[in-house]
Design a protein around this ligand. Structure first.
Ligand code: URP
Ligand code: ZN
Ligand code: ZN
Length: 465
């Protein structure tokens, strides 16, 4: 039995055309006009609608222990919310405690995901220590087990961050292994000093989180990471880039011929730091690292997205309940768990506020949210596009529908939305993962545990493409 999606307008990162898509055994078998239908086939009529590749979110934190608590979406609720918002692949961060065993960490994340994920998933390994034979062996084993990307932190001093020497060693090893290093670029030492200074001065409100992490510190760390990667002869991927200074550092490096990739997230495009001034501790909803930036930065990011400097939009989905978790920092901004929900919002936010406003075109939307992340993280062409032989991860999207963002719309298991009350458009009418319908017109039709681990293989991304 095949699934046939008929009469839709197919959209990819490069093309737009009318065709049917037939999916068999979880894989796209045929794309063409007037494909034959067998009586036993499941037929989905996409007349008047768009047929998109299932989107790929390469930055999520599901069920993650962090800052004394655990992120609110687990692999079931988080991947269900992703599917409801048109995303059919996530790459989540397994984060080792400092000096923790990398393979054991990977085992722990497999245990978190197995039996729960409703869509396919991969892992990056969060590298919190380096420089010993044990660390190197552990990371080599991770690559052999299909985890071909690492994230290191220049921030979160004392818990997650590594120093420049460790980062240099990690980059050199990754170059040799054909793995990718991504970096959270903020100057952790100065952030720590500013946090201490503001706390000592008696400042407690969420706005002091942002004031402890100015954009200059992200610009400096981004430039430093780029220098370290150049010295190591390794490519570099910058996660959650938020500001004009960091964007300029990426542009300069690219112009000089260095392979540097960069990602931003919808929240940095959509908000300015006025959110931290909201009364009644509301600002805590936007407490994340790096923080939301002052006016001017979002405009720079939209321009960077349009001109290709920013290649990926991911979410950094890391939700904490406002009522019971964010409140841990009610009297001390430095104790507010860092992170916010977004895995289910990303595609709709970028469609309404990017495509419909003319800031990016529809192909750039698909490229940044699906195709490019799949390519950069070794998932393409299995994921991130519509092609014969690709997985049957397909979204039937109604571009004309309208709705209002908020907790009533999104499927996140968290008690707030960054976008509450804001208008949105588009509807993810039918979402298929390897040919199985997981979401249909507001109803979950998937199964916990149906999602498979995506074993990735090392190899260099061609640059420039
Ligand atoms: O605030 C954030 N971003 N929380 C998640 C951890 C990280 O740095 O990505
Ligand atoms: Zn980070
Ligand atoms: Zn993150």
């Amino acid at each position: 039995m095949a699934t046939l999606i008929r009469n839709g307008t197919l959209l990819t990162a490069t093309d737009r055309y009318e065709a049917d898509v037939s999916i068999e055994d979880g894989v796209i078998r045929n794309i063409g006009r007037d494909l034959p239908v067998a009586p036993e086939d499941e037929v989905i009529d996409a007349t008047g609608r768009w047929v998109l590749p299932g989107a790929v979110d390469v930055h999520t934190h599901l069920d993650m222990p962090f800052m004394g608590t655990v992120s609110a979406d687990d692999f079931f609720t988080g991947t269900r919310a992703a599917a409801a918002g048109g995303t059919t692949t996530v790459v989540d961060f397994a984060i080792a405690p400092r000096h923790g065993d990398y393979e054991q960490t990977l085992d722990a994340w497999h245990a978190r995901a197995e039996g729960k994920a409703v869509i396919d998933y991969g892992f990056h390994m969060g590298v919190t220590w380096f420089g010993t034979p044990e660390a190197e062996t552990g990371l080599r084993r991770c690559v052999a087990r299909g985890v071909t990307s690492f994230k290191c932190f220049m921030a979160y001093k004392g818990t997650l961050s590594i120093d420049d020497g460790e980062m240099f060693g990690l980059l050199a090893l990754s170059r040799d292994l054909g793995a990718t290093v991504s970096v959270h670029a903020e100057n952790g030492s100065i952030v720590e000093a500013l946090v201490a200074r503001h706390r000592a001065a008696g400042h407690t409100d969420p706005v002091w989180h942002a004031r402890s992490r100015p954009s200059t510190l992200e610009g400096e760390a981004t430039s430093r990471a780029i220098v370290i990667a150049r010295q190591a002869g390794a490519p570099l991927y910058i996660v959650h880039l938020t500001c004009a200074e960091a964007l300029e550092a990426v542009r300069r490096a690219r112009a000089a011929g260095q392979e540097v990739h960069a990602e931003t997230c919808p929240q940095y495009l959509m908000f300015t730091d006025e959110v931290y001034e909201r009364p009644d501790f509301e600002g805590a909803k936007w407490v994340m690292s790096p923080p939301i930036r002052p006016a001017g930065h979002p405009e720079a990011l939209w321009a960077g997205l349009a001109d290709g400097t920013l290649e990926v939009v991911a979410t950094d989905h890391c939700p904490f309940q406002f009522a019971t978790q964010k409140v841990m920092g009610k009297h001390d901004f430095s104790l507010i768990p860092n992170g916010a929900p977004g895995v289910g919002d990303r595609m709709a936010v970028l469609y309404h506020y990017g495509v419909k406003t003319g800031r990016i075109d529809v192909h750039r939307w698909i490229d940044t949210c699906s195709t490019r992340p799949a390519r950069l993280f070794g998932l393409h062409p299995q994921k991130g596009t519509l092609a014969v032989g690709s997985d049957g991860d397909v979204v039937v999207f109604d571009p004309k529908a309208t709705f209002t963002f908020g907790t009533a719309w999104s499927e996140h298991a968290v008690d707030y939305s960054l976008y509450e009350g804001m208008p949105g458009s588009g509807a993810f009418d039918v979402v298929l993962s390897r040919g199985q319908v997981v979401w249909e017109r507001g109803t979950f039709r998937g199964r916990a545990g149906a999602g498979r681990f995506l074993h990735r293989f090392p190899g260099r991304t061609p640059f420039p493409e």
